[in-house]
Design a protein around this ligand. Structure first.
Ligand SMILES: *[C@@H]1O[C@H](CO)[C@@H](O)[C@H](O)[C@H]1NC(C)=O
Ligand SMILES: *[C@@H]1O[C@H](CO)[C@@H](O)[C@H](O)[C@H]1NC(C)=O
Length: 384
């Protein structure tokens, strides 16, 4: 068959063109795949599943003073997983680098069909349109948002200028969050600069900052707490933080109203509460009680037990953030319960209202499935 020169050249160009396109496609795909490890169904610990790509990754080796003089390898790209850390070689994710928008939500939906990435995190003035609060489906939980209480909630919302819409300064469209527990495991690791580098730092209850900056950082974007834990020192209040109130009971409505109107709160509280807090009302948010419900019924089946603040904060982060790491979780006989108190002994069951074992297993599962990134303080790394 005679093939003309022009036809021959056309075919040649076509072949070369397709070839170039294929190489480009393959490379791009490859890079995207390499960025994340797939852990589904392997049941193997994260540390052993890690792969590295020196072409893509940029390392930042930061020397962080540690009791054991350990070099902490900080990864530049949050979506590229770390190498196998040996004993006493803890590796954290440095949160600057590529962040995958919606990563957690996409990943979690693979496991939890009921997971709703659009669930409201904070109560806003139009919450009645959601058709959730005041419904009987919320009964039986550690709060009672009956319709009578909703009227009081309306009054309260009028006192909150933020109207449930926080503005995070460091928000660049993709949120890398750190959920920071208060375990003594944080002490002497010098993680402060690593913690402060996250887009969003979430602290709990009245965990102090002042005097512990080296280990726990100094920035706070959200402080999630309930009135009984609000014995915060003025020195630990951060004017750029949002104070997220967790409502367990209707008295908590009284408390927030009293704080906002500077009137003495009424009602029964299980522990003495702050009578006044010098916080700008614009910095208060009310956590949607549905977050507690979802935490206790869907994320962990707590069978009537209440979620701890750690689980509530994690559930919030799984909805609000694109990527999440955790630090300061975990108890042990040799670990202080809280980095700011000299009490050991841990909380094997987390008290009678909680099920710490079930919650711990859930956090380990999140790590092992790669839904959340790393436990920067490494307590959960050796499990399973
Ligand atoms: C920590 O782990 C990294 C990565 O595997 C390794 O290069 C480094 O030498 C280790 N450092 C120590 C002190 O073991
Ligand atoms: C806590 O949860 C575990 C499942 O993770 C369950 O086996 C155990 O019975 C629960 N404990 C209590 C006290 O509910």
């Amino acid at each position: 068959m005679h093939v003309g020169k022009a036809t021959f050249l056309k075919v040649l160009f076509l072949i070369v063109g397709v070839g170039i396109l294929w190489i480009f496609y393959d490379q791009t795909l490859h890079r995207h795949r390499k960025g994340r490890i797939k852990l589904k169904d392997t049941g193997r610990p994260v540390q052993h599943m890690v792969q590295t790509d020196h072409d893509v990754k940029t390392h930042v080796h930061a020397f962080i003073p540690n009791k054991d003089s350990v070099h902490l390898t900080v990864e530049k790209e949050a979506d590229v997983s770390i190498k196998s850390p040996g004993e006493n070689n803890r590796t954290g994710t440095y949160p600057h680098g590529s962040c995958i928008k919606g990563f957690i939500q996409k990943k979690l939906r693979e496991f939890m069909l009921s997971f709703d990435p659009d669930m409201h995190m904070f109560i806003t003035q139009n919450y009645r349109q959601w058709g959730v609060l005041g419904k009987s489906s919320l009964n039986g939980l550690p709060f009672d948002f009956s319709s009578a209480n909703l009227v009081r909630l309306d009054t309260l919302l009028k006192l909150l200028p933020s109207n449930g819409r926080p503005v995070i300064k460091s928000d660049n469209g993709c949120r890398r969050c750190l959920v920071l527990g208060s375990s003594g495991v944080l002490l002497d690791k010098g993680l402060g600069p690593v913690i402060d580098a996250f887009d969003v730092v979430i602290r709990m209850n009245d965990a102090p900052v002042k005097g512990y900056e080296k280990d726990v950082g100094s920035r706070t974007d959200f402080r999630i707490f309930y009135p009984e834990s609000s014995t915060l020192n003025q020195a630990d209040l951060d004017s750029s933080a949002y104070y997220v109130v967790v409502m367990y009971k209707s008295n908590d409505l009284n408390w927030l109203q009293a704080i906002l109107t500077k009137v003495k709160p009424t009602g029964h509280f299980w522990k003495s509460i702050a009578q006044k807090l010098d916080i700008d009302p614009a910095r208060f948010l009310i956590l949607n009680p549905q977050v507690l419900q979802v935490a206790a019924r869907e994320h962990v089946r707590l069978q009537g037990k209440w979620p701890t603040m750690g689980l509530i904060a994690m559930t919030f982060a799984l909805h609000y953030c694109d990527e999440v790491d955790l630090a300061g979780f975990g108890y042990g006989s040799s670990i202080l319960n809280h980095y700011y108190e000299h009490i050991t002994g841990g909380q094997p069951d987390g008290g009678t209202q909680h099920n710490a074992t079930a919650e711990k297993d859930y956090l380990i599962w999140l790590l092992h499935e790669g839904i959340i990134g790393h436990d920067l303080t490494g307590v959960y790394k050796d499990h399973k």
